[in-house]
Write a protein that binds this ligand. Structure first.
Ligand SMILES: [Zn+2]
Ligand SMILES: [Zn+2]
Length: 174
């Protein structure tokens, strides 16, 4: 006897519809997204939800307004660009906490907390950057540049011009 195939009803039967998010009750993948197989096609559950609701796949990537990967509430999904997805991640912090939940500090030991973490697009999605390390790298670059007399002189002139435009006496850089 052939195995009965999944259909749309089987999909919604596995969804816990709360007043807010509609949560997939099946096992999530490593990134927290639900997965469902139908007609031999394997897709993430929010993608199925989109297709069942709109009758066709989205033009771009589907994003969660709510930031909950397992959510399949059609009202919480929208068709967006990769760029938009990064902005969402910044807003929710969720993608990042899922991808790198085990890492709490940067390689130099600075905490990946809200103040010290910037979220930026990478080739594979979004990644976290340590702001302290970034600042230190910038400072070091500046220090190295300042060893060049020509750069130092240019900086001095820039500072003078700035002070003049503010109506201050020119001040020498330390
Ligand atoms: Zn939701
Ligand atoms: Zn760091």
């Amino acid at each position: 006897m052939p195995q009965r195939k999944n259909n749309e009803d089987d999909f919604w039967a596995k969804v816990d519809k709360t007043d807010g998010c509609w949560l997939w009750t099946g096992a999530p993948n490593n990134n927290g997204y639900g997965q469902f197989m139908m007609d031999g096609v394997h897709k993430l559950t929010h993608q199925w939800s989109w297709i069942f609701t709109h009758g066709e796949p989205p033009v771009g990537q589907i994003n969660h307004r709510c930031g909950v990967p397992a959510c399949v509430n059609p009202d919480h999904l929208y068709d967006g660009t990769q760029r938009q997805n990064v902005k969402d991640a910044v807003g929710h912090g969720t993608h990042i906490s899922i991808i790198h939940a085990s890492k709490t500090h940067c390689p130099q030991g600075h905490p990946y907390d809200e103040a010290n973490t910037s979220i930026e697009p990478t080739r594979t999605g979004v990644g976290r950057k340590c702001r302290t390390c970034h600042r230190e790298r910038q400072r070091e670059r500046y220090r190295r540049k300042m060893q060049d007399p020509a750069f130092r002189e240019a900086e001095r002139l820039r500072a003078e011009a700035k002070n003049r435009s503010r109506g201050h006496e020119p001040r020498l850089l330390r």
